[in-house]
Design a binder for this molecule. Structure first.
Ligand code: ZN
Length: 444
């Protein structure tokens, strides 16, 4: 028996732009029991659920053996059951109780093993003795079980019967892709890994935030086109990159979404470029959210930003997370469960991603059309009509900052960074100045 039954198939109506944290958590709950890996039916089942939320989501199948960049699509792995039984025939380790019990990509196995032989295939965490670790053996031709250290210590029989009812055979790698078209064909890439079994924060949280971000954007006017990729980590991103040279050339901004469901502060890992517009947009969104956060430099380790930011592509793609991988004790263990992921944290993460999209949409460079001395704002009714309030004062400052920095070299993000004023106030000032013919959008 799975420890959790699937939640009822409640899907909020499409076009409903304001989901609740409970809506995001409900999607995480539906996906949680499925045994996913880098290939196999678990990925297909997960994408089929996402299609209930995003009916236009395309599912792609790439055959095993297909060359993809410097890699090759691996054989497909599927698993039906696995167990370790004692001499009395009792399942002492049972895949049906938790899918983390089997090392991902385990070869099929059936037979009796001495405890010493069996132990070579067992993985546990002595420091977290009640938790099951998450392990994979994608390219190793191996098999194994993961179990709580307490369970391991309790194994005392001289021999055990072992079964892994799995298949590793030619098949396909499956990924999902959704294009939300905008006014232009310039694209924003949103990517989430979809290859982990029953782990909630890593990365059902990222998948849920990406799914609801897509639904939100579908209901908004859009300058950019948004491409959502739900693919297995590493090999999935490499496969997508190898098949989408044209789309790659249209990517102007991108985000990898991962680890967005627990209550820790945000972490934004900048793109390899370091000063890309998306890097500045996320940093400003975090500043304006006034939430605890860190902005860290790119490094060639982590999630699929590693592939998007490999030097041949060097795409402006950063990674938005909360507490980074490896820095929370639940990471890659059975404690990364449905209780660990908080509805409010999921919703906060979604709202931050929405703000980033809004900033990218609204960011522009402008040209001051009256750059010699300050233009006479009073004559145009733009100066101190209502003075005295703090808001009036900062609205005034917004006009002055926008006029001063609109030289074709500073976009609104740069003006917000330098002035410390809210982006929306600057955008409003720019609109007002445009309406009075003092400013015009800069086109190069
Ligand atoms: Zn992971």
């Amino acid at each position: 028996m799975m420890p959790l039954t699937a939640a009822p198939a409640y899907v909020p109506a499409t076009g409903q732009p304001h989901p609740s944290g409970a809506d995001l958590h409900a999607l995480v709950r539906r996906l949680f029991p499925i045994c996913r890996s880098i290939t196999g039916d678990g990925v297909r089942q997960s994408l089929a659920i996402l299609q209930e939320y995003l009916p236009e989501l395309q599912v792609h199948e790439v055959p095993s053996g297909t060359p993809v960049l410097d890699w090759e699509v691996p054989r497909e792995w599927n698993i039906r059951d696995a167990w370790i039984k004692n001499a009395r025939g009792e399942r002492v380790v049972d895949f049906r109780a938790h899918n983390l019990h089997v090392v991902g990509y385990s070869l099929p196995v059936q037979g009796w093993f001495t405890l010493d032989e069996l132990k070579k295939h067992l993985y546990s965490l002595a420091e977290q003795p009640r938790l099951i670790p998450y392990r994979t053996a994608y390219y190793a031709d191996a098999w194994g079980f993961c179990l709580a250290h307490e369970q391991l210590l309790a194994l005392a029989d001289p021999t055990y019967e072992v079964c892994i009812d799995s298949t590793l055979a030619p098949g396909a790698l499956t990924y999902g892709e959704l294009l939300v078209p905008g006014e232009t064909d310039e694209e924003v890439l949103i990517s989430s890994h979809i290859c982990h079994p029953s782990l909630a924060n890593d990365n059902l949280s990222g998948i849920a935030v990406a799914t609801f971000l897509a639904r939100y954007l579908q209901a908004q006017p859009r300058r950019y086109s948004y491409r959502f990729v739900f693919a297995p980590g590493t090999i999935g991103a490499i496969t997508w990159l190898s098949r989408n040279a044209e789309a790659v050339g249209r990517i102007r901004h991108g985000l990898v979404l991962s680890l967005l469901g627990e209550a820790g502060g945000f972490t934004y890992k900048k793109s390899r470029r370091g000063t890309a517009e998306v890097d500045r947009a996320v940093a400003l969104a975090l500043r304006e959210a006034a939430a605890p956060h860190r902005v860290i430099d790119f490094k060639p380790y982590g999630y699929d930003e590693r592939q998007y930011c490999s030097p041949g592509f060097n795409l402006p793609v950063g990674c938005l997370s909360r507490t980074p991988y490896g820095e929370f004790p639940e990471y890659h263990t059975s404690a990364d469960n449905l209780a660990f992921v908080q509805p409010e944290a999921l919703l906060d993460s979604l709202q931050l991603a929405q703000t980033v999209a809004h900033l990218l949409e609204a960011n522009r460079c402008y040209q001051n059309l009256s750059p010699y001395g300050e233009p006479a704002l009073g004559r145009r009714g733009l100066y101190g009509a209502v003075s005295g309030s703090a808001h009036a004062a900062s609205a005034q400052m917004a006009l002055l900052w926008v006029l001063n920095l609109s030289d074709g070299h500073h976009d609104l993000l740069a003006i917000a960074e330098r002035s410390g004023l809210p982006f929306e106030q600057l955008r409003h000032a720019a609109d007002l100045l445009c309406a009075h013919d003092l400013l015009t959008p800069f086109s190069n």
